[in-house]
Design a protein around this ligand. Structure first.
Ligand SMILES: Nc1ncnc2c1ncn2[C@@H]1O[C@H](COP(=O)(O)OP(=O)(O)OP(=O)(O)O)[C@@H](O)[C@H]1O
Ligand SMILES: [Mg+2]
Length: 362
């Protein structure tokens, strides 16, 4: 089959120079408009993929198919229109706006080209964490209580909300822990105001304020569709691996600053050492959530226990992070490896799940 890999490339200062000189990076666009320079503390492009990830996905697909590379930039629509691949492997996180993850799937639907992963509706919904929580609540799926602050004016009304501390303050529609720092865990009204103001001004988007779930945290990778959906081994996030004195959250610092390939945090335990009853209840919760949000082919779902030990959904990632290097902490590939599924097989299983849905012969 001809597979087009559609991606957004994160350019890092050193990587960019190196990537242009490596044969493995050939065919990967070096369009000037995407040559974004980022410093390690800047979360602007945290959601986009590195050249290593994009190359690894391409190489995995190329084991069985011919692969074309398409960067998800302003030329993507015309490239897809003229190429008309048999299927798109979509890992594009998108560029602008609250529907950005939906843009490529929407174009593909318009062009009637099959693609991997969830559709535009699911991607746009899951990026908006409040919308997602509203849907979960309608279906009686546990998720922590929350409110959304859209503007500084609304801050005045905040005392009307009956909230008790601690709370989490997050940007309404981001991923990869963008905007979620150690300070996003707030214990006083003053901290709450400061964090809300920070999100409104730095991210120019509404702030989502949630009741803090104090129990253990897990993340769950799912693969497949319908009654053959596989729940991969549950990953526990071990907060005792974080530096002393920091808050027990999987923050931007924890994902991208304190945890380095050369000096990794021992933050994942997979399979999580939990009772069979808790394992079953988390698996059921995640499958129910996956089907309720109509996720397709793959997703990763974050779960945390409340003060009574009841698992709650934090959020759903229908485009999960997939760093290829086992030395780097990346939950989805980690869970797959523990299930005996290596990276190349993992990528091809996602592709095959999509092909099956579309009735495509490979
Ligand atoms: N209500 C909550 N209670 C407790 N901890 C929370 C809550 N919301 C978020 N967190 C903590 O903050 C982390 C990041 O939050 P969240 O998963 O919403 O962000 P994200 O940027 O979408 O993550 P990802 O990197 O998985 O895309 C969680 O993994 C968890 O540790
Ligand atoms: Mg998360």
């Amino acid at each position: 089959m001809q597979v087009a890999l559609v991606y957004n490339l994160k350019k890092e200062e050193t990587e960019f120079a190196e990537s242009n000189s490596q044969p493995s990076s050939q065919n990967i666009s070096s369009d000037v408009s995407t040559q974004v320079q980022v410093s390690p503390n800047d979360d602007t492009y945290a959601e986009w993929d590195t050249i290593e990830t994009i190359t690894a996905v391409r190489d995995a697909l190329a084991l069985f198919h011919s692969v074309e590379m398409i960067e998800a930039d302003e030329n993507a629509f015309h490239k897809l229109q003229s190429l008309r691949p048999d299927i798109v492997f979509n890992i594009a996180e998108g560029r602008y706006g609250v529907s950005r993850e939906a843009h490529i799937p929407a174009m593909l639907e318009f062009l009637n080209i099959p693609y991997t992963g969830s559709d535009a509706l699911t991607l746009a919904t899951c990026l908006d964490k409040a919308r997602t929580k509203e849907i979960l609540s309608y279906h009686s799926i546990p998720t922590s209580k929350f409110f959304v602050i859209h503007s500084l004016d609304e801050l005045q009304k905040i005392s009307e909300h009956h909230h008790s501390f601690p709370l989490m303050v997050k940007p309404l529609y981001e991923g990869s822990s963008k905007g979620i720092f150690n300070t996003s865990f707030v214990q006083t009204q003053e901290e709450l105001f400061t964090q809300i103001e920070k999100i409104l001004s730095s991210y120019n988007e509404p702030a989502l304020v949630e009741k803090f779930l104090p129990g253990k945290e897990f993340t769950v990778a799912l693969l497949g569709n319908g009654n053959t959906t596989q729940v991969l081994p549950i990953v526990e996030i071990k907060f005792d691996s974080l530096p002393d004195g920091v808050n027990p959250i999987y923050s931007f610092e924890a994902k991208w600053i304190w945890d380095q390939a050369k000096n990794p945090l021992n933050i994942f335990e997979c399979p999580a050492k939990i009772s069979p009853a808790l394992q079953i209840s988390i698996e059921k919760l995640c499958l129910n959530t996956y089907n309720t949000l109509r996720c397709k082919d793959w997703s990763r779902i974050d779960v945390r226990l409340d003060e009574h030990g009841i698992p709650h959904i934090i959020e759903i990632n229908p485009l999960p992070g997939i760093l290829p290097n086992p030395e780097e902490n990346s939950c989805y590939p980690k869970a797959a490896r523990v299930a005996g599924i290596q990276y190349n097989e993992m990528i091809n299983r996602v592709l095959n799940a999509a092909c099956k849905r579309y009735g495509l012969n490979q």
